[in-house]
Write a protein that binds this ligand. Structure first.
Ligand code: SAH
Ligand code: SF4
Ligand code: F3S
Length: 441
């Protein structure tokens, strides 16, 4: 009998990619994805644990679903992802109506677990050791129709003092080379035009595989041989793992887009050291300069945390100034949030009061907005190649959106037939977060 599943996914692209694989496995055992949670027999929340706010969101969603379950007792509720991996039994203590809690390291076990909860069991299945994911991916239900996410490395070995990722995703594990290549040929056959390789430290790809030929640069070169794939991207880069070979590959290989996402986290050397980031402000700036000197029209984006324990006003201002100095095109920002198991969470005497964190975040956001506009202004009057992605929903006119190779969002007048094709767009107007232009022939 066919059953319906509804999924809510929080967090990064890694989680979104996991959801696509989870849905594939569920479809193999008879579940169909629905958009309306009231029509579902199974509700799944794939959670993020990066900040307190993310984890709170997961629990409040469960609370809402509890109400649905009261009206429909056969409804099964399942929590997975990065909160599940850390909280384990605690999830069922806080929300006893949850039927299944499963972690990030044992996704392949899911079909079996679902069958057991269908028979009335309540299960917490959070393994410490990852089950090999190499066999799982025969069916993937992807969220997008042009851009396919392909995970290449999971977990992280860096243990930055604020970050929960190594605790909820485990040690760094590169995926098998052949499986990645096979997946890329599969998506090409299915009509995808762009692939994005995913990893928390994507430029470490291959480091754990003991084969000097297996690295991100070689992987990009190999993937660029797939005819139907027009563009290749990769996120997220760790500053000191970006090899010269990788930069040269981005510069040389046409299909590899001129875009690096390189979180810096702070512009202050003292804070960077306390965060256990493995580079200085000066080194980070040098890496950006090197990339800009070799890769024309490159976009470099970053992430920053404000209010890290002990951060002084002056150290915060160093974060503001590095945005100009490194000429960053855009940055994600966050106020520091203490996470369980991480060292920085124990430095209570150095915590920055919430009001100051909020104030710094607002100032930083203003700076980022400025930097993004300045970056967009550089392209006024230029012609850039755009992959047409979709019609802008909110208006009836023929306005379409797409992205440039260097990951700028562009709005322009177009036609449905152009979706999935590359067009040349002349940039006419720079807004804070995107550009407006017109298609030229
Ligand atoms: N692997 C990437 C980042 C992954 S987490 C890297 O090494 O940079 C995504 C972003 O969340 C981080 O870049 C950081 O800016 C933010 N973040 C992580 N832990 C956080 C915390 N405890 N409080 C606030 N922001 C955090
Ligand atoms: Fe977290 Fe640091 Fe690993 Fe990035 S490199 S995932 S911030 S521990
Ligand atoms: Fe969040 Fe887990 Fe990604 S904690 S940011 S969903 S790896």
């Amino acid at each position: 009998m066919q059953k319906n599943v509804y999924v809510e996914t929080l967090g990064c692209q890694m989680n979104k990619s996991d959801t696509e694989r989870i849905l594939g496995m569920l479809s193999n055992i008879g579940y169909k994805l629905v958009e309306d949670e009231k029509k579902a027999d199974l509700l799944i929340i794939n959670t993020c644990n990066i900040r307190q706010l993310s984890s709170d969101k997961a629990y409040s969603q469960l609370g809402f679903w509890h109400k649905l379950k009261k009206n429909k007792p056969s409804l099964k509720i399942c929590m997975c992802g990065c909160v599940a991996q850390q909280d384990k039994e605690l999830v069922r203590q806080r929300a006893p109506y949850v039927d299944l809690v499963f972690g990030t390291l044992n996704i392949p076990a899911l079909p079996e677990l679902i069958k057991r909860i269908e028979n009335g069991e309540k299960i917490v299945c959070v393994e410490k050791k990852p089950i090999s994911r190499d066999l799982e991916d025969s069916n993937i239900i992807r969220a997008k129709s042009l851009n396919a996410w392909i995970p290449v490395i999971d977990g992280c070995d860096y243990f930055c003092t604020y970050c929960v990722v190594p605790y909820v995703r485990g040690r760094q594990r590169s995926r098998n080379w052949d499986l990645i290549i096979k997946e890329a040929y599969d998506v090409a056959k299915q009509g995808y035009k762009e692939i994005t390789l995913l990893g928390q430290t994507v430029d470490s790809y291959g480091r754990d595989l003991n084969n000097p030929n297996i690295n991100l640069a070689n992987l990009l070169r190999e993937l660029s041989k797939i005819d139907e794939i027009l563009r290749i991207r990769f996120v997220t880069s760790y500053p000191t793992d970006i090899s010269d070979e990788l930069i040269e590959t981005v510069a040389e290989i046409d299909k590899v887009c001129e875009y690096f996402h390189i979180p810096m986290q702070s512009g202050s050397n003292v804070v960077l050291k306390n965060m256990k980031r493995r580079y200085t402000r000066e080194e980070y700036i040098d890496i950006c300069k090197k990339i800009r000197s070799k890769v024309e029209n490159v976009t470099i984006t970053s992430d920053f945390i404000v209010g890290f324990p002990g951060e002084t006003q002056q150290q915060f201002e160093e974060t503001l100034s590095v945005i100009d100095e490194a000429q960053l095109d855009y940055s994600n920002t966050a106020a520091y949030s203490p996470r369980k198991q991480t060292p920085a969470a124990t430095w209570r005497d150095k915590f920055i009061p919430n009001e100051i964190k909020k104030e710094r975040l607002a100032i930083l956001n203003k700076k980022v907005k400025e930097s993004s506009r300045i970056s967009n202004l550089k392209y006024i009057g230029k012609n850039l190649e755009v992959l047409v992605e979709e019609q802008k929903k909110e208006n009836a006119e023929n306005i379409f959106t797409g992205r440039t190779r260097n990951n700028k969002v562009v709005h322009f007048e177009g036609d449905k037939n152009l979706i999935g094709t590359l067009v040349n767009v002349k940039m006419l107007e720079a807004l804070d977060w995107c550009l407006k232009g017109e298609i030229i022939n």
